[in-house]
Design a protein around this ligand. Structure first.
Ligand code: NAD
Ligand code: GLY
Length: 361
């Protein structure tokens, strides 16, 4: 079993990764079981596809929610909290978030506010959740004013990752999660980017060793960043938003819908961020080409047209200003000096971004 720790003083926690771990979860969930039961919150797809595999070593009390982004809502949050109170969940208890980023974000937020904060364990079942959202304690729901606008930082007590969960994940969702894997190479690990170029196809085809390696490297990178900058104050954690500002505009333009999954928006966004960096003379054009190629080879979009977006630069930059990170009519951009050399640039003029986008295919 691979173990990576998120070092946050008395809120530190381990991330455990092993093929088949769901079936041996009883070996590690023991300290989080009260009496002889544990509450597991999941969605209907995950429960149908993976529920029978989970051995918690105790009676599982399942709460099965509808699948999909709409579940990250006030209504579902309120119903979940009522249900947890009905089940007499106490502050010292742990609830389990068993699913993708939707379940992780919702359950994490419920845990943050139930009785002013109870514990929770993440068992992520999508590639995106395994390499990104289950680690780091960002929790949130969506509200009419926008996505993820109401939430809290609340760290889990344990993250338990079974790469075999990906066996039943739809291939499009696997590809979307893979964009976040490539992101870690692009941010700060050129050797890992080379690894993605060489092993991405095997990973996407379901190669167990490649999957585990990609998850372990990604999680180690995220754990290190979260350990240094838990609340995104120093700028270090902001690097994880590479591709997200461009991607957010594309997701907004496509209505945050299945037309463009989050990871697909991030893929096109990272290709755009590298192309923008190259145009500004910051980054070698070959690195922007390699970035687009590795994503395109995985079947991910790397252009506006590929993302199904025909809007002009003015419209797209207007979307960017609705991003949480916007302040005073501008926002920080994550740009790059090359592969593995991302940095935060707070001086980008949105008019330059709009003009750049107008020239993009
Ligand atoms: P998701 O949770 O909606 O899962 C995608 C689909 O796959 C769903 O239909 C789900 O039911 C299904 N599914 C999940 N696991 C499965 C499995 N093993 N087998 C079969 N089907 C399975 O989507 P996601 O991409 O995991 O997460 C997206 C969410 O994550 C967004 O709400 C986003 O805002 C959030 N997010 C949060 C963070 C963070 O740091 N907290 C980071 C990135 C994204
Ligand atoms: N997914 C971005 C972060 O966790 O900070």
């Amino acid at each position: 079993m691979r173990r990576i720790d998120v070092a946050l003083g008395d809120r530190s926690y381990p991330i455990l990764i092993e093929s088949g771990l769901l079936g041996r979860a009883d070996e590690v969930l023991g300290p989080f079981v009260r009496g002889d039961r544990i509450v597991v919150v999941t969605d209907e797809n995950v429960w149908a596809a993976r529920g029978a595999k989970l051995d918690a070593g105790a009676e599982i009390v399942p709460i099965v929610l509808p699948a999909g982004e709409a579940t990250k809502s006030w209504g579902q949050l309120a119903a979940l909290l009522d249900k947890l109170l009905e089940l007499a969940v106490e502050r010292s208890d742990h609830i389990v978030a068993f699913g993708g980023g939707v379940i992780g974000d919702l359950v994490g937020f419920a845990a943050a506010i139930l009785k002013r904060g109870c514990g929770f364990v993440q068992i992520p079942t999508t590639l995106l959740a395994q390499v990104d959202s289950s680690v780091g304690g960002k929790t949130a729901i969506n509200v009419p004013a926008g996505k993820n606008l109401v939430g809290a930082f609340h760290q889990p007590s344990l993250v338990l990752i079974d790469p075999d969960c990906l066996d039943t994940l739809p291939p499009r969702e696997v590809r979307a999660g893979y964009a976040e894997v490539v992101k870690y190479g692009l941010i700060g690990d050129p050797g890992f980017f080379d690894w993605c170029e060489a092993n991405g196809a095997a990973l996407l085809a379901g190669d167990a060793a490649a999957r585990t390696q990609a998850i372990a490297v990604s999680v180690a990178a995220k754990a290190a960043i979260v350990g240094e900058d838990e609340r995104e104050t120093s700028g270090r954690r902001a690097l994880l938003n590479l591709g997200h500002t461009f991607g957010h505009a594309l997701e907004a333009e496509t209505g945050f819908s299945d037309r463009l999954l989050h990871g697909e928006g991030v893929a096109a966004g990272m290709a755009l961020a590298f192309r923008f960096s190259a145009e500004r003379g910051l980054c070698p054009p070959e690195d922007a080409d390699r970035t687009a190629n590795v994503l395109a080879e995985a079947g991910l979009p790397t252009t506006l047209a590929g993302a199904g977006v025909a809007a002009d630069g003015a419209r797209l930059t207007a979307h960017m200003l609705h991003d949480k990170k916007a302040s005073g009519g501008t926002l920080p951009f994550i740009l790059a000096r090359g592969i593995g050399r991302a940095f935060v640039d707070k001086s980008v003029d949105l008019a330059d971004v709009a003009a750049f986008l107008d020239r993009q295919p």
